[in-house]
Design a protein around this ligand. Structure first.
Ligand code: PEP
Ligand code: CO
Length: 442
């Protein structure tokens, strides 16, 4: 791989307010010389898997933190997130007999778009928090100073996380015969945990049967797990874009799958141009204000060769709007003939402020939006291809509801997110069971 791409000078929304251009250049030079975190060939395989999802023969499950943090980049936290996605994926696979494409919002999700450049607390004004790759969350001047060396730290943190993910998923931990082991600790006694335990028991019997007849497929031992993040910092992503020596094509080697956020999908902007250049499978978030015609145009720009699996549209309309707004977008895109994978993000259209002042989401709104998403696609005869969830493996109290009964008054108990509220593991598992039912009726 080599880095020899000349990038046009296009307006880029939401770029971190770095204060020192030399420091930034030094960090980017360092990044440009570092090895790839993922391989082009892996990105290509992921795209073929996504092509299956586009046609209803697989389902995409993307999940992880809203904002990863360096402090949270430890073995326990990574394992817990991985376990959550694996448990959800087993529930979906077992119920719907569909392969699940497992994707972490992970190993690179260190950048956040912000509505305000600065934050004021008690009369003190400091830069907003732009993600750990830019500055720190604590509200003091030193932490909030954008520091380009954090870009290098984000690369190193992503590298360490991916290394552990690869070890877990290839080294036996993700072996299907471990399904019970993933269900330990606080989730085990929950309603969803018990339902999972019963399902894992059935699965065990099926696996024992397969073993008895001598069938020990490799797929039992290893899982494919892909890393995804929002391609927000154009500088970071460009510095990690390389020409693949095998194909001569550019790949962003910072992650397998990159998505463009709702706030940076301007058709004539740097983000869409960047996404159109790289060969990785890519995604675009689409909110309720999107014009269907603009989205069709964007699909033409991002997938001109009409390759299934190349482009995923991640819709995040809000529970109250999805049934009204999604149909015309889906209809127009479908009529354009550009193949896309439709994925539902039931988190970002459902953020609200609790009486306690916490930013939260109601579990029922999340479920309602996924239901609406399935309804819309069923009515139009199109394919609901996956979901994109902000979740964590820990027992946090950030979203309200679920049978575990997180109440608004509990939000302060374990509110740990660096940005948006995440489903905890129990809520995530409960959601997986509900979506499994929707998938079976798709
Ligand atoms: C996110 O995924 O954390 C995010 C900022 O989403 P969106 O671009 O959909 O608002
Ligand atoms: Co978020």
């Amino acid at each position: 791989m080599s880095a020899s791409i000349v990038w046009p000078d296009l307006p880029a929304a939401q770029q971190p307010p770095w204060s020192d251009a030399d420091e930034l250049q030094a960090a980017l030079d360092e990044l440009s010389a570092l090895p790839p975190l993922v391989f082009a060939g892996e990105c290509d395989v992921m795209a073929t898997r996504l092509a299956e999802a586009a046609q209803g023969r697989a389902f995409v499950l993307m999940g992880g933190d809203c904002a990863e943090t360096f402090a949270g980049n430890n073995a326990d936290s990574i394992r817990a997130r991985l376990k959550t996605v694996l448990q959800m994926s087993v529930v979906l696979t077992y119920a719907a007999s569909l392969p699940v494409i497992k994707v972490g919002r992970m190993a690179g999700q260190y950048f956040k778009p912000r509505s305000q450049l600065t934050e004021v607390r008690d009369g003190v004004e400091l830069p907003s928090y732009f993600g750990d790759a830019v500055n720190g969350l604590p509200f003091d001047a030193a932490s909030r100073r954008p520091d380009p060396q954090r870009l290098v730290r984000a690369y190193n943190a992503s590298s360490a996380a991916l290394n552990l993910v690869r070890a877990f998923t290839q080294g036996g931990y993700a072996d299907l015969r471990q399904v019970h082991a993933w269900n330990q600790d606080f989730v085990r006694d929950s309603v969803a945990g018990q339902r999972y335990e019963a399902m894992a028991g059935e699965l065990d019997r099926a696996l024992a049967f397969m073993s008895a007849i001598g069938a020990e497929p490799d797929e039992l031992q290893r899982v494919e797990f892909y890393a995804a993040h929002e391609a927000l910092s154009i500088d970071y992503e460009r510095a990690l874009t390389r020409i693949d020596s095998r194909t001569g094509l550019p790949y962003d080697v910072s992650g397998h799958f990159l998505w463009i956020g709702e706030r940076t999908r301007q058709l004539d902007g740097a983000h869409v141009h960047f996404a159109s250049t790289i060969r990785n499978p890519i995604g675009v978030k689409i909110g309720p204000s999107a014009s269907p015609d603009d989205i069709v145009q964007m699909c033409e720009v991002l997938n001109p060769d009409r390759i299934p699996g190349r482009l995923t549209l991640i819709t995040r309309m809000g529970a109250g709007k999805v049934r009204d707004i999604l149909p015309s977008i889906v209809q127009k895109v479908d009529a354009s003939g550009v193949p896309v994978v439709w994925v539902c993000d039931p988190m970002h259209g459902n953020t609200r402020e609790a009486a306690t002042g916490h930013k939260t989401r109601l579990f029922d709104d999340v479920v309602n939006e996924v239901e609406g998403f399935f309804e819309v696609h069923r009515n139009l005869g199109t394919i609901p291809g996956g979901m994109h969830i902000e979740l964590t493996g820990d027992d946090v109290t950030e979203c309200v509801g679920g049978t575990g009964g997180v109440l608004e008054g509990n939000l302060g108990d374990r509110y740990e997110t660096a940005c948006d509220p995440r489903l905890n593991r129990e809520q995530s598992l409960e959601l997986a069971f509900l979506v499994a039912d929707m998938l079976m009726m798709r």
